[in-house]
Design a protein around this ligand. Structure first.
Ligand code: OGA
Ligand code: FE
Length: 275
């Protein structure tokens, strides 16, 4: 991919400091509000490496993420009907091709913007500002159950085999010059550094994981992601054979970004992936 390596970003990420306070995550609804994090959190400055240069062959079952060149036919990613009619079928094909899965079901689209006025105009959410993974050992299967709530027998059958949850993240605006998505190489995080937290959504109570900081963690980002790329990352896997199950991630300020960097506009699409 991109051979010219740039110096790593040094940026602050917010980690769980300790377990001294009860933990609750209240997601923003979008439109200008902010996600709330109850608990004791602390910023750490970390080095965030250019994955284009350093990890040209990462994959979902090891690092937990992979960047793929992908030109979508969608013109307006703010159109729900275009996502439904065009983007979801594209992603389903792509994820099947990349993972070898038999079946893929899309269950969520989340748009985010780093500009509060764009959040207000579009109903988008704020970028993540805490290191987290979207699901846990328990909440991955619960998400599947909820998706198939009309047919519990299908849910029970599908849970007999391996399944995963994969997020597909892309820029839907200008190339991302600030507030990039940053990811931890999943092989460098220790299980004990991940802590389950209630996710108190308006319509559903879920559970995600937040992370403690440890110097052995290796952090990456893909500089200047554009609309013709999609970043797949795994937030749950039912397999217990050593394959990557969780990929902690967040977003950060890039201290080298130009003052007039355009707002980061992104779409993340969550998919149930059946093998
Ligand atoms: C995600 C996520 C944060 C962001 O895609 O799961 O947490 O700032 N995204 O885009
Ligand atoms: Fe997330």
């Amino acid at each position: 991919m991109n051979p010219s390596s740039r110096a790593p970003l040094r940026a602050e990420l917010k980690f769980l400091a300790d377990l001294s306070a009860p933990l609750v995550y209240v997601p923003s609804r979008g439109g200008g509000d902010e996600t709330e994090h109850l608990g004791n959190y602390r910023n750490h400055e970390v080095e965030i490496h250019d994955a284009r240069a350093a990890l040209p062959e990462s994959d979902l079952d090891n690092e937990g993420f992979v960047l793929i060149a992908h030109r979508s036919e969608v013109i307006d990613f703010y159109s729900d009907s275009a996502l439904e009619s065009t983007y979801h079928p594209e992603l389903i094909d792509l994820i099947k091709r990349v993972t070898g899965a038999q079946r893929v079901e899309v269950f969520d689209d989340t748009r985010r913007s780093s500009s509060v006025s764009n959040q207000q105009a579009r109903g988008s959410r704020d970028p993540a500002n805490i290191v987290h993974n979207d699901y846990t050992h328990d909440s991955g299967p619960r998400r599947l159950d909820d998706f198939f709530s009309d047919s519990p027998e299908d849910a029970a059958r599908l849970k007999q085999r391996r399944f995963a949850i994969i997020n597909a993240w892309r820029s839907i605006g200008a190339p991302v010059l600030d507030h990039p998505l940053v990811l931890c190489d999943a092989r460098t995080i220790r299980e004990n550094d991940l802590v389950a937290v209630e996710r108190r959504g308006e319509d559903r109570i879920g559970e995600l994981q937040v992370a403690m900081h440890d110097p052995s963690q290796r952090w990456y980002y893909f500089p200047e992601m554009n609309r013709d790329e999609v970043l797949l990352f795994k937030t749950y896997d039912s397999a217990l054979d050593g394959t990557t199950r969780f990929t902690p991630h967040s977003s950060c300020r890039d201290p080298n970004a130009p003052d007039d960097a355009p707002a980061r506009e992104s779409l993340e699409t969550r998919c149930l992936v059946f093998f």
